[in-house]
Design a protein around this ligand. Structure first.
Ligand code: DGY
Length: 429
């Protein structure tokens, strides 16, 4: 397919997955509105329909809970092809049936981008309407995902990280007692090859964590205090730190002086808190299990998001460049979700090695902003080649480039349109 055919195909996937104002990640495997999927999708829509891009994010915030949380899934209608559905989650925190935890908060960053790209200036009104909701959500993260004030954000479920099956969760997950789950039937393995999905032992624990949170009615303070899984994640921490910088820029433009000063405080706290995640042996940021007090021992693609978060001291920069080059010498395509030198690496299983286009986009932005345009461009070119050969797949093998997981994927299409496509890159140059 030529580049313009691929541009057309990407556009048609977004239109096809559009459910009337919100977009499913892919039909079948993920039939609802997912939080960070939707926000990346807005970047894709913005390349041909600004209004539709805003609508995607506005519809996501319609599901915001009374306590400020924006859920990871909004179940706008029942779909028996997905498990676990709303009855398993048993939540009651917001106006739309939903899951009980959140997902990486990329919204402030994308909203800032939509505002920056709009020469008419009209977007600022839509940003102004979302601003208090963003503030509430960010305050919720600090209150309930960093209750000890460490300056890092924890996840209470591997799904909250958006990087479900990462080896970083293995030890913390093993410590979760399997309880109150009863018999259940998975649906994900009927949509894609089970060899690409989490194992049954993982699912038993995913459901056990949900049962433990259900038992405290998803009360956020109780969840933070008692959830059997509570792991500080470099992915969500760096995305949140970055989002706070973009939220600050919005606050300044909107003349929200008090909020701007509040956000500056968050940024300062997180810049120093990120050191908690530094693994000196590996020379990279890793996950930190707040229940056991242990750092994990592997490098995930999220380590590279330090630059995207604005952490660009000499040590971080030099070690990330060295890890980048080492990993590039091991695999054909970048950036694998887990270090190919680690024993837990698997090139095709969900988040244990494969490449995701939107992670590449964020890592590349970080490198570019740090002045390393060579590594940023390598990521863009690799992402474009993966899509050219593997299609608009959910994710890709770093070794063969084969597309895997779900097909006709919304965020892969959006990242193609807004960044990876040579058409876009030429226009941006
Ligand atoms: C799933 O169902 O596998 C999802 O990734 C949860 O967000």
């Amino acid at each position: 397919m030529s580049n313009s055919d691929l541009d057309q195909k990407a556009k048609s996937i977004l239109i096809e997955n559009d459910q009337g104002g919100y977009t499913v990640p892919t039909k079948g495997l993920y039939p609802y509105q997912w939080n960070w999927d939707s926000v990346f999708v807005a970047l894709g829509f913005a390349t041909f329909d600004q209004d539709r891009a805003w609508r995607e994010i506005e519809m996501l915030f319609q599901g915001q809970w009374r306590d400020g949380m924006v859920p990871h899934i909004l179940f706008r209608k029942d779909d028996p092809s997905y498990f676990p559905g709303p009855s398993v989650w048993g939540t009651d925190g917001g106006p739309i049936p939903s899951s009980g935890h959140s997902q990486p908060p990329v919204a402030a960053t994308v909203i800032r981008e939509l505002v920056d790209a709009d020469v008419t200036g009209q977007s600022l009104d839509r940003a102004a309407a979302l601003f208090p909701k963003l503030m509430q959500w960010h305050r919720w993260f600090l209150a309930y995902r960093d209750p000890q004030d460490l300056g890092v954000i924890a996840v209470i479920h591997p799904w909250e990280s958006g990087r479900d099956n990462l080896p970083d969760w293995d030890d913390a997950l093993r410590a979760v007692e399997i309880a109150d789950i009863g018999p259940y039937e998975r649906k994900d393995t009927s949509h894609v090859d089970p060899a690409m999905r989490p194992q049954k032992a993982d699912y038993d624990r995913y459901l056990s964590i949900m049962a433990a949170c259900r038992a405290v009615q998803w009360d956020p303070a109780e969840v933070a205090r008692t959830c059997p899984f509570f792991v500080a994640d470099p992915g969500i921490t760096f995305i949140f730190l970055r989002a706070n910088r973009d939220l600050l820029s919005l606050a300044e433009r909107l003349g929200r002086v008090a909020e701007a000063s509040e956000i500056r405080g968050w940024i300062a706290k997180m810049e120093s808190g990120a050191k908690t995640l530094w693994n000196e042996d590996l020379k990279a940021h890793v996950a930190f299990d707040e229940r056991s007090g242990k750092l994990t021992d592997g490098i995930s693609s999220a380590a590279f998001l330090a630059l995207y978060a604005g952490i660009r001291d000499e040590t971080t920069m030099a070690s990330l460049q060295a890890h980048f080059d080492r990993i590039a010498s091991k695999v054909r395509f970048l950036m694998p979700s887990y270090d190919p030198d680690h024993a837990s690496y698997e090139p095709l299983r969900y988040w244990r090695g494969p490449i995701w286009a939107m992670i590449n986009y964020m890592i590349a932005r970080g490198f570019a902003e740090a002045g390393d345009t060579m590594r940023a461009e390598r990521l863009r070119v690799d992402t474009a080649s993966l899509i050219e050969t593997g299609g608009f797949a959910e994710y890709f093998s770093p070794e063969t480039g084969a597309g895997a997981g779900g097909g006709t994927f919304s965020w892969t299409s959006a990242i193609w349109l807004s960044w990876a496509s040579p058409t876009h890159a030429e226009q941006a140059a």
